[in-house]
Design a protein around this ligand. Structure first.
Ligand code: ADP
Ligand code: ASP
Ligand code: MG
Length: 405
């Protein structure tokens, strides 16, 4: 007998029939003698359409109110699943974020979990109930509803699994595991049986949305085994666990693609000490995270400074950059939203040379121009035009020998 957390994503609860399918899976796990806590996402597309509705009223809806709105998506599915389970004669109870005591900071829209009380969840489990928790939401110390950022139900699930010391956290989604690249982009991607927390962290931070990065941080910190699998099949998925000696150590283990960034260039900036600080300090003060930065020195004591930010911060970052450009007498500000960051990752890279050269020559062979480059010990990222993103993933996947036979 085990204690299992099962999280179902948007496509798995997209309509009543799928919710019935989820209820059957949950019931089956319960019938095998396990205690089950279910964490749910909103129905596929619902969060987007709620955001859209608010944006029809104003370009910048108040973030507190937006969270009240967005939390309704998960409230709906939690209630519907609980009603379905009860109609099948199981005792189930739904809980919203605050009832599950998911305490977060006040950062509406991307709140961080501070603590999970879980007292009520534990009580319900002891009375043999199936507990259904609305994912993605929590509440701040003043009792305001908060949400955890897009994809945040993964984090709700892993955090709840930590709080109740579950044996495993199962993430049910629309793919049957974690692959060497997004299987919806690269048909030759291979499913991994096991992957380390560190490699998953790297993939999540680079745009593989299969697990929200904060959920992986939680899992790693508290050593929660995470099983990513499909809600549409019985097949085993991918186990995310601590690195062990049995894991394959490929030089490159994955290719990721992130289309959620935008590029800003300040052209002909005076090449003087203190200029970079003048540009990046106001961005930091506004809570804008800058990802890649590149500086190209020109003749005549001038330089071009290019950087990338999340598309959600793009308008604010552009506004700030234009103001700074005027102050420091830069010639002009250029920007582009149609970019994609393609990355190759792998712990094996630490001890191998030539990965960057191979990445660049592979992209060159398809005439794909590289706009920006950044590297770390276990990753190389290149920014390319968005229209080449899928092609770049596929050719790199082949070039690094990751294609399945
Ligand atoms: P859910 O709604 O269940 O949370 P998401 O859409 O957030 O599902 O995440 C699943 C998606 O992640 C898949 O449909 C797939 O397109 C994408 N994905 C990106 N990279 C990978 C990868 N390396 N392995 C598996 N899926 C990936
Ligand atoms: N419904 C939220 C989203 O679409 C949270 C989630 O699905 O994990 O981002
Ligand atoms: Mg998701």
């Amino acid at each position: 007998m085990g204690l299992i957390v099962q999280k179902y994503g948007g496509t798995s609860v997209a309509d009543l029939e799928r919710i019935r399918n989820v209820a059957k899976r949950v019931a089956k796990t319960f019938d095998k003698g396990n205690n089950v806590v279910v964490v749910l996402s909103a129905m596929a597309g619902v969060t987007d359409s709620l955001i859209n509705m608010a944006n029809q009223i104003t370009d910048s809806p108040e973030r507190r109110e937006l969270d009240v709105l967005l939390a309704t998506g998960e409230q709906t599915t939690a209630a519907l699943l609980s009603i379905t389970l009860k109609s099948m004669n199981y005792s189930a109870e739904s809980l919203l974020g605050y009832q599950a005591e998911v305490l977060t900071n006040r950062n509406f829209g991307s709140a961080r979990i501070l603590d999970i009380g879980a007292g009520r969840i534990k009580e319900l489990i002891e009375k043999n109930n199936i507990v259904v928790v609305a994912g993605f939401q929590g509440c701040d110390p003043d009792g305001n509803i908060t949400t955890l950022g897009r994809g945040g139900s993964d984090t709700s699930a892993v955090a709840i699994a930590t709080a109740i010391k579950a044996d495993v956290c199962e993430i049910y989604t629309d793919v049957d595991g974690i692959y060497t690249a997004d299987p919806n982009i690269c048909k030759k991607a291979r499913k991994l049986d096991k992957i380390s927390y560190d490699e998953t962290l790297e993939m999540s931070s680079l745009g593989a949305k299969v697990l929200q990065i904060r959920s992986v941080e939680f899992a790693k910190k508290y050593n929660v085994p995470v099983h990513v699998r499909s809600s549409f099949s019985e097949e085993e998925g991918t186990m995310v666990v601590n690195e062990d000696s049995e894991m394959e150590h490929l030089v490159v283990s994955g290719i990721t693609c992130n289309k959620n960034e935008a590029r800003i260039t300040l052209k002909k900036v005076p090449d003087q000490p203190g200029i970079a600080a003048k540009i990046f300090s106001p961005l930091a003060e506004s809570g804008i995270l800058v990802d890649m930065i590149i500086q190209n020195t020109r003749a005549g004591g001038m330089t071009d400074l290019t950087f990338t930010v999340a598309k959600t911060d793009y308008n604010r970052a552009l506004e700030i950059s234009k103001k700074v450009a005027e102050e420091i007498k830069a010639e002009e500000v250029l920007s582009a939203e149609n970019i994609a960051k393609i990355s190759v990752t792998g712990v094996g890279m630490k001890s191998h040379s030539g990965v960057a050269a191979k990445m660049f020559s592979t992209l060159a062979s398809e005439n794909i121009n590289i706009r920006l480059i950044s590297t770390s010990e276990i990753r190389i990222s290149c920014v390319v035009e968005e229209k080449y993103a899928e092609l770049a993933v596929r050719v790199l996947h082949s070039a690094f020998g990751l294609d399945k036979e």
